[in-house]
Write a protein that binds this ligand. Sequence first.
Ligand code: SF4
Length: 346
Amino acid sequence: MKKEYIIPIFVPHLGCPNNCIFCNQKKISGQTKMVTAKDVKETIEYYLKNFKDNYKYVEVAFFGGSFTAIETKIQEELLQAVQPYIQNKKVHSIRISTRPDAIDKQILRRLKRYHVKTIELGVQSMNNYILSRCQRGHTVEDVKKASKLIRLHGFILGHQMMVGLPESTMQDEINTTKEMIKLKPKIVRIYPVLVIKDTPLAVEYEKEEYIPLTVTQAVERCKEVVALFNQKKINVIRIGLQNTEEISDPSKEASQVAAGPFHPAFRQLVEAGLWYDSILKEIKKINTKVIQVKILANSENINNIIGHKKENIVKLKEVYDVDVIVEASEEIKPGKFKIEILKTYE
Ligand code: SF4
């Protein structure tokens, strides 16, 4: 299988006409000036030089901002800058992210002409009250319309959702997930809300009008959401913002995070939590009281089974008094596991 590489290009907030209360794209991307065609070329050249693999699939990804809300001329300049690399097969496709109300047939035809393959929509919530509470400036109807058009025009549809938006409950997150699933995205990104400095949300936080989720609460909500996407085999490609100098522990000076459920291994906490629940469920099904069990699983799942800082193993011992040994077995498919009872009480 070809190894996939992404060349990320951040299009800052300047491209977006909106002001969502949680957003300060300049702080998140660490970039305040609009990218140019020259920047695009330089970034591609830099990454291509550093990819060692010969057998690879390379995608240029315009992240951040709202790509299709930028002036058409600038969009075309940026997309045009990638075309020579697509023609000489050094780059294979382009992905963009944008707002649901910045999609129409004309925009999609333009993206097709420039070999864009994947379009990620910032859905955030499928509840109109929460969307307007966050000043998103679009509605659930816009998400539905844009998602259908994107799929109809043959693009890969991606959705991004936020967990822990103001006034959003666990039930709201579940409803959003179910509504998103109906629109058949192929890929999904889940972002627990972090309070970014110099945003209206940071002001609400200071006035104690918005209380962010704790890490534990955010993990619990994300577990529910991820489990629903997993059931439908929708690929969750990211959980939590990428750690950078700006997105880091709020106690660090350079961090632009004022508060919220930041954790450097957030995804692992969610995945390990899901493993913990399913292992515990199996252990509880065993008819006798066990002292020690062995869990066999594919090597790619071992870290999440053990958990962040061995949390799962420690918790099973402390709460249920079960010793767990974890062993890799390539005979077991990724995502599955087998339990062997090693010792039980007489
Ligand atoms: S639409 Fe996206 S880029 Fe624009 S303000 Fe909202 S979150 Fe930020």
